[in-house]
Design a protein around this ligand. Structure first.
Ligand SMILES: Cc1ncc(COP(=O)(O)O)c(C=O)c1O
Length: 496
């Protein structure tokens, strides 16, 4: 391209009145011309002085554009020769005869992978994370901010390079020690600090355990119904969640299930999610024995066991395990606040080092400041007193919700799981479309997740609503439930 041709080309594309600086426009036009190969590799450009004269603009304007294009690798100067389009600009894809054509993806038009499309299709995370009756969310407004900020300031006052860089291993040791101490006392978990791996919560704990202990297509038993997050993390890793029925004693595999030992068994023994029953002692023993005989990993999700109202919290399944088959996963999401994104796995001693290495290599740990603050929060006794305070508050809210249910329906609608946790399940007649009911509630600004949505096997899905009460101010519980009750009467055949 000669200087005159190039300047014509550029003049047609530069608009001095469009409000955009001419040097930016010049840079963009040349860049696009190079990328579309209108200006091919090796083409010599005029000097900045000549181009400025042709375009009737200042030399500085051209110099700016040339320098920017050089910095980004589109142009190069060759000593004594001038400025050229570089050879390294991506060239045409060479012609290849024997292209290996992959089978068309089922995923979606967006270009998602099959598992990506599945994840999006079955996504469980709600766009609302606060309000009546959001399940699984504690009252974050009651969190002792002042104590937290005092502890935090202590660390930020000093500059600590070891706290601001990547973490290595299983997390901040004093926090692992504090968690181990707490779990030994409160949950009868058998553990030392080395066995604690600090994660960003239960989702990450499941992700890490699955990556380290299972291979693609391995089967993982999940309770049916179960937490949608467990199911979705497993599916996204190409594991096969296998739904196993639950009864009043917890997960209840039948002979046909037991004939095919899985790689994992995911359970919520202290408080079945979402129905709320406690796993019986005999079921616990059966599971532990079955896992030991077939080398299965049991993952005990103990997400909210601190909040038990009528009796003391129950001991963990891990504490009964004498064969090191249980990995215990816990979270600070319910005890403190979900945005903290901090949880932990307790792994058998033989796996501790592999998990610490896996954590660093897969996610490059960090958050040491936060972990240090949390360690102090626990060792200074604030954690235990916050839980005590919240237990009283949530018990009151649970009672208010129970009273509202009784006021509206007497005992016509059974309640499940109302002696622990942050939610209860209100069971509805089988012919009720709880999904439509949930949608109608949402249209009125009420969060009421449908119970049937938690089941993998539609034929066994019970109908109902999962109602969280922990984050609902006392005075809103009754009036909001009354509005929900009106919708329930419309959708379900129950007394008015
Ligand atoms: C059964 C169960 N496991 C895990 C979680 C999530 O835990 P985390 O916030 O630590 O990822 C929840 C949240 O509601 C839950 O209900």
């Amino acid at each position: 391209m000669r200087v005159a041709a190039l300047s014509d080309f550029l003049l047609q594309r530069i608009d001095r009145n469009c409000g955009k600086p001419v040097n930016r426009q010049l840079y963009q036009v040349v860049r696009e011309a190079i990328l579309s190969r209108v200006m091919p590799a090796g083409l010599q450009l005029p000097s900045s002085r000549d181009l400025a004269r042709e375009l009737k603009i200042s030399r500085n304007t051209v110099t700016y554009a040339y320098e920017q294009l050089m910095a980004e690798g589109y142009l190069e100067t060759r000593t004594g020769a001038g400025t050229f389009v570089t050879d390294t600009v991506p060239d045409q894809i060479p012609e290849v005869d024997d292209i290996d054509i992959k089978r068309p993806r089922q995923g979606s038009d967006l270009g998602l992978s099959e598992r990506g499309a599945q994840l999006v299709k079955h996504a469980g995370a709600y766009k609302f994370q606060w309000g009546a009756f959001m399940p699984g969310v504690p009252d974050v407004t009651a969190f002792p901010n002042k104590v937290w900020s005092r502890l935090q300031n202590k660390y930020w006052r000093r500059s600590r390079s070891d706290m601001l860089t990547y973490a290595h291993g299983g997390g901040y040791l004093p926090l692992r020690e504090a968690i181990a101490e707490y779990l030994r006392v409160a949950r009868s978990v058998n553990c030392s600090a080395e066995q604690i791996i600090v994660t960003s919560g239960i989702h990450q704990s499941i992700d890490l355990a699955s990556k380290l202990l299972a291979d693609v297509n391995d089967r993982a038993w999940v309770e049916d119904p179960c937490y949608w997050g467990t199911r979705n993390v497993l599916t996204s890793l190409n594991l096969k969640p296998t739904p196993i029925a639950v009864d009043d004693e917890g997960i209840s595999p039948v002979a046909a299930d037991l004939r095919h030992p899985p790689r994992f068994i995911f359970v919520t023994p202290s408080h079945q999610y979402p129905l709320g029953q406690v796993m019986s002692l005999s079921r616990r023993r059966m599971l532990l024995e079955y896992a030991a005989v077939h080398s299965i990993w049991i993952i005990e999700d103990d997400y909210d066991s601190e909040f038990r109202y009528a009796s003391r919290p129950l001991a963990s399944l891990q504490g009964m395990d004498t064969h090191d088959r249980v990995l215990y996963i816990g979270s600070f999401s319910k005890t403190l606040f979900p945005g903290l994104r901090t949880g932990f796995i307790v792994v058998p001693p033989a796996l501790a080092e592999a998990f610490a290495t896996g954590l660093s290599d897969l996610y490059r740990g960090g958050q040491l400041f936060t972990q240090a603050v949390l360690a102090d929060f626990m060792t200074e006794g604030h954690f235990a007193s916050h839980i005590r305070r919240m237990r009283v508050l949530y018990a009151e809210r649970l009672n208010l919700l129970r009273e509202s249910i009784t006021r509206n329906f007497g005992d016509a609608l059974p309640i499940s799981g109302d002696d622990a946790g942050l939610h209860l399940a209100l069971l509805l007649p089988d012919d009720c479309d709880d999904v439509a009911l949930g949608r109608a509630a949402q249209a009125q600004g009420i969060i009421a997740r449908s119970l049937s949505g938690y089941y993998m096997k539609p034929s066994r899905a019970k109908k109902g609503l999962i109602l969280g009460y922990a984050c609902v101010p006392d005075e809103l519980i009754g009036p909001t439930f009354d509005r929900l009750a009106a919708l329930i009467r419309k959708h379900a055949n129950c007394p008015s």
